[in-house]
Structure formats: C-alpha cells, structure tokens
Design a protein around this ligand. Structure first.
Ligand code: ZN
Length: 155
C-alpha cells in the first residue's frame, strides 16, 4: 500500500511540476473558468469539440499542486473521447472523490487509469475540491452554449 501511495504521489508531483496541455487554445469552441475559493485555485479550461468528440483540450490557471495536477491529468484523460464518454468519466471521478462507493454501478466499471492517483485525496476533505475543480470546470465548458464563457465556483 505504501508503494502504491508513493507512485500516486509521484504522478501528482510530476504533473504539478510539468503540467500537460498547459496553454490557451485559440481554436477553442468552448471554454469555462473555475474558482475554488477555499484554496484560491483558479483555472480556465479550453475545448475544441467537433462532431461530438473532444478533439483538443487545454488549461491555464494558478493553484495548488493537487488542482494543477488534476487539471493536467484530466486533459490527458479526456482528449479524443466522445462528449458522452467524458461525462461518464466525470461522474466516475466525482464518485471516487466523494463517496468511493461506485463498484456496483455501471459507471464504476470505467477505468480511471492514472486518475486513481487522487483516490487518497478523499481522506483530506479540504483538498477534494482542489481535485474536482478542473472537472467541474470541464463540465461547465461542455455545457456552455457558445455566447459566453461559463464560470463555476466550487463553494
Ligand atoms: Zn487547491
């Protein structure tokens, strides 16, 4: 168990130090901003959605290690997926971070891959919103109707 925890910590630290897809996207079809007032994390998520597929995704912002690493891993996890698959992954991740009881639902069978690194964060309630901020912002961007940038606050 301690080995697994070390691997998880390495994944989170690696993505915090070298965030993937950390940029604005000029070609974005959708975007949203998120704010976690409890910690001060701020993030913008940019999406290129074409024909129901997330063709490209990027983020910018400033926040703690957990929020930055979560956003970075999220961009890797959703790129190339259909909007439906991304929504299912959001629910799966959200369930892991909140209840942890998802084994019996269909969604519980979705493989989280590296996102499992955040399972330990559930034990630290004040950090859960840091880990889920990027995902709430992504969801807002998906639902954005095109004439304004959506904004979410986790408070
Ligand atoms: Zn934070």
């Amino acid at each position: 168990m301690s080995d697994l925890r070390e691997i998880y910590q390495e994944v989170i630290l690696d993505h915090y130090r070298k965030p993937r897809n950390f940029s604005a996207l000029d070609a974005a079809t959708q975007e949203a901003r998120g704010h976690n007032p409890l910690c001060g994390d701020r993030i913008s998520v940019y999406l290129v959605v074409d024909d129901g597929i997330v063709k490209d995704v990027a983020f910018q912002g400033a926040g703690c290690a957990i929020s930055t690493a979560s956003a970075s891993l999220m961009t890797e996890a959703v790129k190339g997926k259909s909007v439906g698959e991304v929504r299912a992954l959001f629910h799966r991740f959200h369930e892991m971070m909140t209840s942890g009881e998802d084994e019996e639902s269909e969604i519980g069978e979705i493989d989280l891959g590296k996102l499992e690194a955040f399972s330990g964060v559930r034990q630290i309630p004040i950090r859960v919103k840091c880990a889920t901020l990027a995902w709430h912002t992504l969801k807002a961007a998906l639902e954005e109707n095109g004439d304004r940038a959506a904004a979410v606050s986790t408070e």
